[in-house]
Design a protein around this ligand. Sequence first.
Ligand SMILES: [Zn+2]
Length: 375
Amino acid sequence: MKFSDIPAHDSVKQQLVEMVDNNRIPHALLLEGKSGIGKMMLARAFAQYIHCTGRHDGDSCGVCPSCIQHMSFNHIDTHYSYPVIKLKNRSGAAISDDWAEQWRQFLDDSPYMDMNSWVELLGNANAQPQIFVDESGSLIRKLNFTSHAAQFKIVLMWLPERMNEPCANKLLKLLEEPHDDTLFILVSNEPAKILPTIYSRLRRIEVKRLSDETVGKYLTDHYGTDRDAAEGIAHLAEGSILEAVRRLSTSDESRQFLEMFMSLMRLAYQKKVGVLRKWSNDAADFGREKCCRLLEYCERLTGENYIYNLNDRRLVALDNEESRFSANFARFINERNVERLRSLFIEARRDIAGNANAKIVLFDVAVSIILCLKQ
Ligand SMILES: [Zn+2]
């Protein structure tokens, strides 16, 4: 991946290029910012730029042997590290190499790093991928080999916030005594969750959200979306291409979540307890991570409907279908029940993320909503 393959982020690209050109490459670099804006692509382009033997005009050449190896994810001194789950029948913890094939496919298909797609490739909707302690051992072994051809051995780590604690502690030792020829590039969506002792050792670059214009243009260029629709979606996506693409597809998850939210509210209003139980079971069947996203969606939509009910439509971030629903529904969300409803969704999400039985938690939520809607 070349820098020129990545939309926007001119000042980050310039900082990275200057690090290399001025021979001031840090031992550990963190690219932090919201998901879906291209941080991993910047990290990949940076690694390729470092290894490229034909750099010119602030970019890698794209044709030298190093570049070719990078583009096919086969560069011998570049190691990817990322959250995984345990392989069936594998004793002990899991390491990134167990999933190398899926990872290459993921980088190819989803350069903006959609976690949902990754979980799908891992083949388990309930998975909460982590970076396990064995990973740090595996990295240490790889880094102890002398580099083959390049001056730098590079570790590209996606989502260090998903390292479990034993792994983070082992990695910390590596960062405390860095080899001269080793570079860690970490890419994080939630830097606040990185162990503070690690975080403080990283040279940090904040990657900013994309402009609405960049996101809209991406939709027009890659999906043929017409300009008006692209502008509307870009506005809702808050600078994230991943979020924009998610919103684009009519068959996408948020359509499904809107259906689920509408039927939840309708059934609760009609006090149809038996059907609510079925609703809870259906939602639980999504698997844990998707269930959490559904609850997050329900919480957001409840908040938006309250604002809609206050008649301040300028502040409402709803798409067309959601607005049509809210025109009738918003009057049921008021200052007496909005906080209770939102906290129901927030607490349920926390419980399910913490491994509680989703069917039971969701049914509790559904029944509590019956009471809330009467207020
Ligand atoms: Zn090159």
